[in-house]
Design a protein around this ligand. Sequence first.
Ligand code: MLT
Length: 404
Amino acid sequence: MAKVNDNYLKLPGSYLFSTIGKKVNAYAAANPDKKIIRLGIGDVTQPLVPAVISALHGAVDEMADAASFRGYAPDLGYDFLRDAIARCDYQARGCEISADEIFISDGAKCDSGNIQEIFSVDNKIAVCDPVYPVYVDTNVMAGRTGTYDPEKETWSDVIYMPCTAENDFAPMLPEKTPDLIYLCFPNNPTGAMITRSRLQEWVDYANKTGAVIIYDAAYEAYISEADKPHSIYECEGARTCAIELHSFSKNAGFTGVRLGYTVVPKELQVGGVALHGLWARRHGTKYNGAPYIVQRAGEAVYSEAGQAQIKEQIAYYKNNATYILEGLKAAGYSVSGGVNAPYIWLKAPEGMTSWEFFDYLLEKANVVGTPGSGFGPSGETYFRLTAFGSYENTVEAIERIRKL
Ligand code: MLT
C-alpha cells in the first residue's frame, strides 16, 4: 500500500504567500468597489527591459528555423550565460568563480528549496529568525526539523538565530553548532544588510566547524552602500564553505520568466565529497535545463544596454523604497531596511500583533503587506512592505497609511 511522505503533514497551514493571497482575494470579492494596493509578495510590476525583450524575440525566431533550433538545453546551463555570469557577477568584482562552478536554473526559490537534498537528513540547520519560509518548509518536507511547537511556532531541531533591532537584524553566531547555515543578505524579510566583517566571521566559523553556508544573494542588486559585500565569495575562505544562490527575478524582473543560478565552488567538500559533483548529479537527473530563449534573455541582462536598463529599473524600485521608508518615518512608525533592499520592515502599532495589523491595513487602508510573524517568531509585531509596486500605487498606499 502506498504511503505519503508524512513530513508534509507536519507543515502548518499553507505556504505564507498563498495564505495571504486567499485572504486578500476573499476581501476583494466581498468589496469589489475597493482599490486594493498589493505590497505583500515581492513580485515586480515593471515590464522587462528592451534589451531582454529583443533577446527573447531573437531567440524565438531562432527556434522557428531548423538551422538554429535548439532542443534540450545543457543540464547545467549554456556556456554563453555561465560565462557572462562568471565574468560580470564575480570576476569583475575580484571573486574567483569560474563559469563551470555556475549552475543555471529556473530561479532561486527552487534552488533554495532543493539544495538541502544533497545533505544528510541528520544535518542540523540554522536559520535567521525571521526567515524566508522556503528554507524551513523544505527541510520540514525532508524530515530534518523535528516536532512543531504550535505555541512558539518553532521546530525542535532547528536552530533559530534571532535577527532583531539589537543586532542590526544580522544573526550572532549560535550557541549550538549547526551543519547547514542559511543566510540571506540583503535580507528577506527585514531588508537589512550584513557588514563585510560580520560575514567574514560567518565564513571563518563555518570553515572552523565544518558547516556549509547556503547564502541567498537574490537581492544583491539593491545594495547601495559601497562597503557592503555583493557576494559571500568576497570573503576569504568562502570557497571551502559556501554555496551562493542568485535570481534574475528582482534585478531584471524575471519573476514570470524564471531564471536563476547557484554557485558551488569545486573546493567545497563535506566528509571528503565534493558538493559540486553531487549538485551536478542532482541537476542532471532531475532537471532538463532552463529554456534556451530564457537563457538568451539572461545573457542580454549582462550586455551593455541591458546593464544600463536594469540599473534604471532597480533605481525605480529603490526610489519607492525610499518613499516608503521616509513616509512611514514621518508618520511615526519605527522602520528599517529599504536602503540596501527592496523590503521595508516596520513595527506594528503598540498592542497589535502582525496579523492584526495586516487585517487593519487591509480593511482601513486597503493596503496589503506581509505579517512579520509569517517569517518566524521574531517577526511577531513586525510587518513587511515591498518596494516592487508602481510608483503611483506606492505613493497612494503611504498616503492612505499616513491618514489612518
Ligand atoms: C517574497 O515576497 O518573499 C518573495 O517574492 C518570495 C519569492 O521570491 O519566492
